[in-house]
Write a protein that binds this ligand. Structure first.
Ligand SMILES: *[C@@H]1O[C@H](CO)[C@@H](O)[C@H](O)[C@H]1NC(C)=O
Ligand SMILES: *[C@@H]1O[C@H](CO)[C@@H](O)[C@H](O)[C@H]1NC(C)=O
Ligand SMILES: *[C@@H]1O[C@H](CO)[C@@H](O)[C@H](O)[C@H]1NC(C)=O
Ligand SMILES: *[C@@H]1O[C@H](CO)[C@@H](O)[C@H](O)[C@H]1NC(C)=O
Length: 171
């Protein structure tokens, strides 16, 4: 419950940075698998922002992030400042990933493009085992703290695919 409330405000905070279209919602970098190959898509979360009527956040922009199952708070070892490369892997679950501190670079062994998420940003990962042969690579900054929040039953949040590549063009 607390996590959901926190995430609602959190989503509103980064909207300015990610909302590129006329329709008001969050654009989220998403790892998807097509024909066994992991790659990026840009998802627009549906439905979009509403104005809150809830005491404490009245007038703030809020976005429903849906239910989450057994979310994990994860601390990457500081490791003398060395970035943490988990190697090629599939997503553990179809899930949200919220970077609280630090940041991550995501790349794909068999597809062009990739994306970076810095502290306060988020992405979605859906290339679970069986959907992608090699998966993806995530290199997290040493000491990063992030939350993995699986979608219930692996069913992704409502969205529209607005691009067959990442939302940012930083690779
Ligand atoms: C993905 O790879 C597996 C194992 O090699 C294979 O059985 C399956 O048919 C492949 N699926 C697609 C959509 O290519
Ligand atoms: C706030 O109230 C209005 C009017 O009842 C409603 O249309 C809107 O959906 C409400 N916003 C939220 C976030 O529930
Ligand atoms: C991610 O990539 C950027 C740009 O190349 C680089 O400056 C940054 O150090 C990288 N971060 C990690 C954790 O590897
Ligand atoms: C994504 O690619 C598919 C075919 O690979 C195409 O049908 C679809 O229109 C593309 N979507 C966007 C948003 O570019």
């Amino acid at each position: 419950m607390l996590l959901s409330l926190f995430l609602l405000s959190f989503g509103a905070l980064i909207c300015g940075a990610l909302n590129q279209g006329g329709d008001d919602s969050l654009l989220v970098n998403t790892i998807v698998a097509k024909n066994n190959i992991s790659m990026a898509e840009c998802w627009k979360i549906e439905p979009g922002f509403q104005l809150s009527n809830v005491s404490g956040t009245v007038g703030d922009k809020v976005l429903q992030l849906g239910n989450m199952n057994n979310a994990l708070y994860i601390i990457i070892p500081d490791d003398d400042g060395k970035p943490n490369n988990g190697g090629l892997h599939n997503g553990a679950h179809s899930q949200w990933v919220f970077a609280l501190t630090g940041g991550v670079n995501v790349t794909f062994p068999e597809a062009p493009g990739g994306f970076s998420v810095s502290a306060g940003g988020l992405f979605i990962s859906t290339d679970v085992l069986g959907t992608s042969t090699l998966g993806h690579q995530s290199i997290w900054a040493a000491g990063s703290i992030f939350i993995q929040a699986p979608f219930p039953d692996g069913v992704a949040i409502g969205h529209t695919v607005i691009a067959n590549h990442s939302c940012e063009k930083n690779y």
